[in-house]
Design a binder for this molecule. Structure first.
Ligand SMILES: O=C[C@H](O)[C@H](O)[C@H](O)COP(=O)(O)O
Length: 265
């Protein structure tokens, strides 16, 4: 698994010291909570917020709920990126809306499955990529929160799934078309199945997910994106290219913030 050490992501960060004993590792969920709480510092009263999906984003939702209850935040409206997030945000007491009532979103906070050094992302291993991309594509500031296990030197670098949402109609035909797209990258395409009966996973939008696995780097990300999206039957894919404005990483050395504006070139 090609996980990039944090000091390669953040050139000003010194490499971990070699002489002192390493601190005991924090549980992964605690790292997720730390990143999420740091992100909530970006939230101001009156904002329209994109609320992300997953085990990291839920910490931000709970924190926003706590601040609303304590009166530290007021007038915030949340736009959930999945049905699960809608339930969690309702439970946290966050007033909800949608993109039709609030077409411009001030700030979105969400987790990711992979983050490369240019802040390109893979998302959607939980199946929520389409609503996430719609809402996070409409926001001014998109803060991505991860523990350091999500850092990769190139997209696809974990060897885990790049999810693609497809319509159910003749989905095996679409799976084949996707598999044939990347003949030089050792691409495997599989319809995501769940449960004992191994039925297709159904997204909040009534679609299916095809997981793409790559043995080798598939090259230019924008070109790969265009090729995937040109297949009829594909709705959207889980590469979020150039969308993140801020990355917050929690790891053994603490919480680090990287802004898109700091990227070279
Ligand atoms: O569909 C799921 C979303 O894209 C999640 O944001 C992503 O999978 C990261 O989830 P987690 O924070 O649970 O690792």
């Amino acid at each position: 698994m090609a996980v990039a050490p944090p000091h390669l992501f953040f050139p000003n960060m010194p490499p971990p010291p070699t002489t002192s004993p390493p601190p005991p590792p924090l549980p992964q969920d605690e790292l997720k909570r730390m990143a999420a709480h740091r992100a909530v510092e970006y939230v101001k009263s009156g904002m329209v917020l994109g609320l992300g999906t997953g085990s990291t984003a839920v910490h931000a939702i709970r924190r926003i709920g706590d601040l609303l209850r304590e009166g530290e935040l007021t007038g915030v409206v949340g736009i959930p990126t999945s049905k699960m997030t809608e339930e969690q945000a309702t439970e946290a007491g966050i007033p909800l809306s949608d993109l039709e009532s609030h077409p411009s979103v001030d700030l979105a906070i969400d987790g990711a499955d992979e983050v490369d050094p240019q802040l390109n992302l893979v998302k959607g291993r939980g199946g929520s990529l389409l609503r996430e991309k719609m809402i996070e594509g409409a926001c001014e500031t998109f803060v991505v929160i991860v523990d350091e296990s999500k850092l990769v030197d190139h997209i696809g670098g974990t060897g885990l799934a790049l999810p693609v949402e497809v319509i159910p109609f003749c989905c095996n035909f679409t799976v084949e078309r996707l598999r044939e797209l990347f003949p030089d990258s050792g691409c495997r395409a599989e319809l995501r199945r769940v449960g004992e009966k191994q039925v297709p996973f159904v997204t909040d939008n009534g679609n299916y997910i095809v997981n793409l696995y790559f043995e080798r780097d598939f090259g230019d990300l924008n070109e790969a994106s265009d090729r995937i999206l040109r297949i009829p039957g594909v709705v959207e894919h889980g590469m979020f290219l150039g969308m993140a404005t801020t990355l917050i990483v929690a790891g053994k050395l603490g919480v680090t913030v990287k802004e898109k504006s700091e990227l070279a070139g």
